[in-house]
Design a protein around this ligand. Structure first.
Ligand code: ZN
Length: 340
């Protein structure tokens, strides 16, 4: 370990169970963080500062003004530029800890994406805002034998659960995904940044423990930061006898056909990601659209424009976010009109 690294991590290495050996384990670890919103930016910030050697960030969205209240890695400049979250987070993390390799994936976390990852992570962290992606992470991690840590937060409350091969999975706790309307979301119920801090504090401490080879905290962590309640409930400690993943060997979220159009959590926006389209070149697209659409912007990461009452953000390869529309069929029609 270099003198500079020894100095940087000196306080962390004094923690019982870490030391120089533990620090070397963190430096050799690879973690995938799915979702780079409030949860994901808190996790990425903590793990990069802790010296986790390789961090992969996956996010499909761009930075918006309403993110700045709780998504700690982003600035007003990122929101004004509408930068992809994974890119903006990577660039800030590079200034925080240049020893850490951060790889940004501006992508939807699909089964195809996970299969094509350049390196198999040692651990997957849930920073998502929706259950379909969490169930995909559950099934994929179970199939690959990779531990993962579920987390969610809404209003002043949060929950988290460490899922390892020797215990229950998310489907043991909830066999099918709860309806988003039942659990609320940031748009309908709001979100306090302190709830994110509390839940990611549990999640990142458990992440570091797993990477060091320590025993996890079993059960479901829950908190309500306004009530001052923090507890670990003894739920889903053992795999459920009727779990299709743990005891059936089925991985439904991997085998289900991907959905082309997805309404984004609580937002007036739809993502279109046609699996079979021809790769799309951003500069060519921008030149084709010139004169036909308004507010056309071309950056190295995306093309933005407004037309038909809808704001488009198009990424390399053809994935697009359509803002100002909530009906997937209408979004698909607009996509086909302007991008195919
Ligand atoms: Zn299970």
């Amino acid at each position: 370990m270099s003198k500079q690294a020894a100095h940087r991590y000196s306080r962390q290495m004094r923690v019982v169970g870490i030391g120089e050996d533990g620090q070397a384990k963190l430096a050799g670890a690879t973690v995938l963080i799915v979702g780079c919103g409030a949860l994901g930016t808190h996790l990425a910030d903590t793990l990069a500062r802790a010296g986790v050697g390789s961090i992969h960030l996956c996010d499909r969205d761009i930075v918006e003004w309403s993110n700045l209240q709780r998504q700690i890695l982003f600035t007003e400049h990122d929101a004004a530029e509408g930068l992809p979250k994974a890119i903006a987070a990577r660039d800030h993390l590079a200034k925080i800890n240049s020893d850490v390799t951060v790889t940004a994936h501006v992508a939807d976390c699909s089964a195809e994406f996970l299969k094509a990852l350049p390196e198999q992570p040692d651990l997957v962290l849930d920073g998502t805002d929706n259950f379909p992606t969490r169930y995909l992470l559950n099934d994929w991690c179970r199939q690959q034998g990779i531990p993962w840590i579920y987390a969610g937060a809404v209003g002043t409350e949060g929950a988290s659960m460490v899922i390892t091969a020797d215990g229950a999975c998310l489907r043991c706790l909830w066999p099918t995904a709860p309806a988003q309307a039942d659990v609320g979301n940031c748009e309908t119920s709001g979100i306090l940044a302190s709830a994110i801090t509390a839940v990611t504090s549990f999640q990142s401490a458990e992440a570091i423990k797993l990477l060091l080879g320590m025993e996890k905290t079993a059960g479901v962590f829950t908190c309500d930061v306004f009530r001052g309640n923090y507890s670990v409930l003894p739920l889903a400690v053992q795999p459920a006898a009727d779990c299709v993943v743990c005891n059936g060997g089925n991985y439904p979220a991997i085998t289900e056909a991907p959905t082309t159009a997805v309404t984004l959590c609580g937002r007036d926006a739809v993502q279109i990601d046609p699996p079979d389209r021809e790769p799309l070149d951003l500069a060519t697209l921008a030149s084709q659209l010139k004169g036909s659409v308004e507010d056309l912007v071309l950056t190295p990461h995306l093309v933005r424009f407004a037309v038909d009452g809808c704001k488009f953000t198009v990424f390399p390869g053809g994935r697009a976010l359509l803002f100002g529309v909530h009906d997937p069929l209408r979004a698909r029609a607009l996509y086909d009109r302007w991008l195919t």
